[in-house]
Design a protein around this ligand. Sequence first.
Ligand code: FES
Length: 87
Amino acid sequence: TFEVELAQTGKTLLVSEDTSVLEAVADVGVSVMTSCEEGICGTCETTVLSGEIDHRDSVLNDQERAAGDTMMICVSRAKSDRLVLDL
Ligand code: FES
């Protein structure tokens, strides 16, 4: 379980092991465009303001992963206790 803060919305939520960031964000009424929901299309790419990302998609290359500026919220998760998203 980790915490996700939605900077624009001003909400903080918990993402447990059995849910995705996308689902948790949708649960608080914030909609993000998605398509594949499997980490392959890039539609759900979301800007990350802080926190360490556990990238699980097949969209970003190694450099983009290392930069840690964006993540595919349908599949990727957090390595740190907290992520701040630009949502
Ligand atoms: Fe396709 Fe997230 S919806 S990568």
